[in-house]
Ligand binder design. Sequence first.
Ligand code: GDP
Ligand code: ZN
Length: 437
Amino acid sequence: MQKEVKEREIKEKEVKEKIKPELLQPDINIGLVGHIDHGKTTLLWRLSGKWADVHSEELKRGITIKLGYANTIIRRCTVCGYLTYKEKCKCNNKTEPLRHVSFVDAPGHKMLMASMLGGAAIIDAAILVVAANEPFPQPQTKEHFLALKAKGVTKLIVVQNKIDLVTKQEALEQYKQIKEFLMKNLSEDIKEVPIIPCSAQQEVNIDLVFEEILKLPKPKRDLNASPVFLVVRSFDANLPGSGVENLKGSILGGTLKQGKLKVGDIIEIKPGLAITKEVKHEKVVEYKTLKTKILSLRSENFELEEALPYGNLAIQTALDPCLGKSDLLAGSVVGLENSLPEVTNNIKFRAELFEKLAGMEKEETIEEIKPNEMLLLSVNTAVTVAKVKQVKKQGNEFIIDAILTIPIVPLPDSSIGIARNYAGQWRLIGFGKLELK
Ligand code: GDP
Ligand code: ZN
């Protein structure tokens, strides 16, 4: 094991010396969305060389249940100009690195909409995968599309996948349908969405997908603001049996939304650790802010001394590894010590509801939100159940007071995904914005 780690470190150092410092970190998070089985995971593999659903539970269930990340450095062949992530082109010549991007594989299963919404808080652009051999649009394709639109993700690439399974005529027919759907559903400023026919499995037109990715603008971020890092996953990276001397602290994976983080920074994690207590025979959960130090920073392929607010990032903390295991800290927010606002269970937010419930075979009208009903809210990367206290209507909008089961860090500009339970499943009904009190 130690030998493999050493070899990896040497390889990493070699690669690091060959690329420009600005390419060490990805500069954009691109979400992969679309109906289940349309080929997201296969496309991600073609774009990055990695399989996203490596977790056995996910493999067993055949669906991607947690947000997976894969980073790619897009390279161009110095001779034929072909785009690939490989260091050697298929024409056998060298390629040179152009851009480092991060893919976020959002789960396609309808029950997992909540984590898809969490994902939308951290994606700057999206690839919507549509299977060419199925009628368009499939319910989830539409639901994901609406989610992206409502979250304000306006940079979109549509990949029309599995063209190897249809005739040219059929592919063209569906291409037209996608185009019409986009024209009808997109606002004026984002009419220009490229549609790329491709076959992820047969490796056809993957270079054209890369070409479109290269055109995506780098998101605007405030580098000088106080850092805010949204935790998507947390884990214990220690292998069973690795000695105490090699023990690593809890790892936090996620996205730095603003500011910079450095190795050695003292950070706080909120709401942090859930502690269950018994008060008068009733279970009460309290949250404890965690304070720790950054031991190392990593952007998938490289160690960093300082991280900028782009792409995905892993922070190794000095926390006991068991505090972060199995995503215990997912949904938390990280900032410098004493910099984050107080957490709260009481929130006020503005909401706008969709007209119809997408993502179902038969589209249902969405009823207004009522006092005392339970909703599922996603606020940044946190997901929590909320009980509605009060609802006021203002034009098309609702102003809602709610009590949350899990407290959140009330950050300015937090967008909220709202889901309601229909026959045991949380379905997206609209979006909101947090009002700061
Ligand atoms: P996901 O659920 O959207 O992640 O879909 P997967 O990537 O798991 O693909 C679902 C199935 O479609 C798998 O059996 C893939 O091998 C297959 N598939 C993916 N892309 C293509 C393609 O371009 N052509 C064909 N024929 N099959 C594909
Ligand atoms: Zn080449």
